[in-house]
Design a protein. Sequence first.
Length: 372
Amino acid sequence: MKVPFIDLQAQYATIKDGIQLAINEVLASQDFILGKQVAELEINIAHYCGIKRAIGVASGTDALLLSMMALDIKQGDEVITTPYTFFATVGSIVRLGAVPVFVDIDPKTFNIDNIRIEEKITPRTRAIIPVHLFGQMADMGTIMELAKKYNIAIIEDAAQAIGATYNGLAAGSMGDLGILSFYPSKNLGAYGDAGMVLTNNEELAEKVSILRVHGSKTKYYHTVVGINSRLDTLQAAILLVKLKHLDVWKQRRQEIALLYDQDLLDTPVICPNVSEQNDHVYTHYVIRTKERDALKSYLTEAGIGTAIYYPLPMHRQACFGYLNYRDTRMPEAERASKETLAIPLYPAMTEEQRKYVVENIKKFFYLHPELQ
Ligand SMILES: Cc1ncc(COP(=O)(O)O)c(C=O)c1O
């Protein structure tokens, strides 16, 4: 049997008619840039996330960049974040000339360790970017308290977490700004690049809307220097169709995760730990074991796709070498990068496929009793 890590074709088969209708409508209108579907998606996503304003942009990466531009984060400012994230979180800080300041992660959730944030705050700290990794929100309670106490902006990186909640509040709705990614492999994925900025602050929303079109509110008149980062009408039309299914898909992801939790209980792997305030959406189901690399090879041999998020933490990336963080110890992020493995989990996955994954994880440890 084959179990791909993600099966977008299986998902497409279930929504094909709706998608084709939506694409045909855009083709008929020939209105490809910021068409009516973009405005409609912005309203629907804002409603889904319980937030006043949502601004469609070209990618999650641009959403981060534009959020920081709207906050006027610039050369020499410090932005606190996690070293255990996708590159874009940190890359966008550095692209503005600001300095990323890393706080190690909580080994249970893989999210930024809220207890260690305060010691990294300085007079230059302008923002904190908590990342809601794998679909579970960071401990926003403490983070929001720190933001208030030190007057620091919060940008939630909810690229992997649309639909997740913390004490009932949606991912991306708690900070000054939140960002979403609709990269195809996300739990709400477009058919290309797409992203969104979320905010309750009208002034910031206005700034982001202007910055995404070269800094102009009136065409050809530029009040600030922005970028070209518009959400494509075709992608918005596709996302409008897929958004209708998101809650059912979320429920299915949670069911599969629960079954994995139960079935893997008697194996040496550690399953995702969900803190009680959180509703986890399982964009990725990530297990941890010291035998990660051997297990990955074994599963590959058995026809099971897996992924490593992420093999090298950000403070050790060559491109950030000039920041001299490579000798800095972030022990939990480093350990996680050697021990975590994302296994297949997607709504279209069959029970037979899920059982096959479990069976093979069990077989691996049975064949290697010395690793138990
Ligand atoms: C945590 C995180 N932040 C930011 C991004 C960037 O999003 P995009 O790929 O849409 O630019 C991603 C997704 O790839 C991500 O996983």
